[in-house]
Write a protein that binds this ligand. Structure first.
Ligand code: ATP
Length: 449
């Protein structure tokens, strides 16, 4: 983990929040590369959950909701963690995390557990009194439940119907840690899939598989992923079944995503709480029923950490070691780097032209500092799939060399073919499928391996 944290900070993926004031625990800021990776993760999720499906739609609900939502949902009563404090060093722990009866840090005696609600409270309007209390949402899911009828009526959809949302959630966690794994402000990607009762078991199995496979498709190694079913006695009050997709993080196996069968609990509760019927009317079978809900819920930040850990490698390269992030091209923050071999004016001008031609189409970076070997290393370290080198010969033959991050193989192609070539390679085409006028760079060396 130390290596990931240090790389993340050094290269501008993740910084401690408000660092110049000493930081604030459980909060993180994402830097120029981090924000690109986050957006790519969110985009990949939105693409597979909303854009490529005709049974899921998206929404964005507000973070502050009517306070009654949290009473009805059970969060006021149940979103509590048992808190214990060491009488000697005053460190606080979630009682569930403690084995034995003594403080893990100093061995001191612990207080009795008291229940602590993890929702952040704030108030609306200028007067702070009990009537103005609102909460920062601890999950995005309630936004989908309270909008169920709005979405069904406005889209005229049939079941099964999913409603998806991405957005910030807040939990005043007793203990944060393991970098961005558990924080107090984080982002979730959740989808509530409303189905006819009786079909819920089938859809539950379907979503467990689907979500597991999404991580595999985006490059996470199968052997680093697991499925962990919650035993009946540990299920949340609303759940009939729950399976976590787990990941082998540097601190051990832990939940990456949770898939729950929430039954008809939420819609029934909000129906009671609001007095509005939240049924579905099936006009083919003329039935009224309250749908069951299957919920895959995952954190952006936790996925970010898993994708970074899984992509990280240290590989021998000649006499040295190179650090590489083997990101899936869809997630890589920078898709290609344009690197002129020297800072000579005519070469820089040519390379800048190449850069300008590619920039509207991909996230590309231009870099003309230090030696070419160093620049390759810098791009490998942040997971850039392709480096495009512009050399003196490029001025004459209008070709550039494209180097692949993972194999370090190279091809030489006409500048005019660069955009199309990068598009094809980023989509998964083999590097040695050459565009018109392209050739394998330095074939003698390639033959020798
Ligand atoms: P945990 O048991 O780790 O506290 P949870 O079961 O309470 O998590 P859910 O309520 O199921 O979590 O939330 C769904 C997802 O949101 C989690 O799988 C995780 O990816 C993410 N998540 C939840 N809490 C946090 C947090 N404090 N920091 C970062 N991500 C979180």
């Amino acid at each position: 983990m130390d290596k990931i944290v240090s790389l993340a900070r050094r290269r501008g993926f993740v910084f401690p929040s408000s660092e110049i004031y000493g930081g604030i625990s459980g909060c993180w800021d994402y830097g120029p590369l981090g924000i690109e990776l986050r957006r790519n993760i969110k985009q990949a999720w939105w693409q597979s959950m909303v854009r490529e499906r005709d049974d899921i739609v998206g929404i964005e609900s507000s973070i502050l909701m009517h306070p009654q939502v949290w009473v009805t949902s059970g969060h006021i009563e149940r979103m509590v963690d048992p808190l214990v404090e060491c009488k000697n060093c005053h460190l606080r722990y979630k009682a569930d995390d403690i084995q034995g009866t003594r403080c893990p840090s100093c061995g001191g005696e612990l207080t009795e557990a008291r229940m602590f609600n993890v929702m952040f409270k704030t108030s609306v309007g200028p007067v702070e009194d009990s009537a103005s209390v609102v909460y920062l949402r601890p999950e995005t899911a309630q936004g989908m439940f309270v909008n169920f009828d709005n979405v069904v009526q406005s889209t005229r959809r049939k079941l099964p119907l999913g409603i998806a949302q991405q957005g910030k959630s807040f939990r005043n966690e007793i203990t944060t840690g393991n970098f961005i794994f558990r924080s107090r402000e984080f982002e979730q990607m959740e989808m509530e899939f409303f189905v006819k009762p009786g079909t819920d078991e089938k859809w539950f199995e379907y979503w467990v598989q689907e979500r597991h496979d999404w991580f595999v498709k985006l490059g996470i190694k199968r052997e680093h992923l697991g499925l962990n079913e919650h035993p009946k006695e540990k299920l949340a009050h609303y759940a009939k079944r729950c399976i976590d997709v787990t990941y082998l993080f540097p601190h051990g196996w832990a939940e990456l995503e949770g898939i729950a069968n929430r039954t008809d609990y939420d819609l029934k509760q909000h129906s009671r709480g609001s007095g509005k019927t939240l049924d579905f009317y099936d006009d083919e079978t003329k039935e009224h029923y309250t749908p069951y809900v299957i919920e895959p819920a995952v954190g952006v930040d936790r996925s970010f950490l898993a994708f970074m850990c899984d992509a990280y490698a240290e590989e021998p390269d000649k006499d040295e070691t190179r650090v590489v992030l083997h990101f899936h091209p869809a997630l890589a923050p920078i898709k290609a780097a344009i690197l002129p071999l020297s800072k000579k004016e005519n070469l820089v001008a040519f390379a800048r032209d190449v850069y300008a031609g590619i920039r509207p189409h991909f996230m590309v970076q231009y870099d003309d500092t230090q030696s070419i070997g160093r620049r390759y290393r810098r791009q490998d370290e942040v997971g850039t799939p392709y480096c495009v080198t512009v050399d003196f010969k490029s001025l004459e033959d209008k070709r550039v060399t494209v180097r692949e991050r993972d194999s370090m193989k190279q091809i030489r192609i006409p500048v005019a073919e660069l955009r199309k070539t990068l598009e094809a390679k980023l989509a998964g085409e083999d590097l040695y499928v050459l565009p018109p006028g392209g050739e394998i760079w330095n074939p003698e060396r390639e033959k020798k391996g």
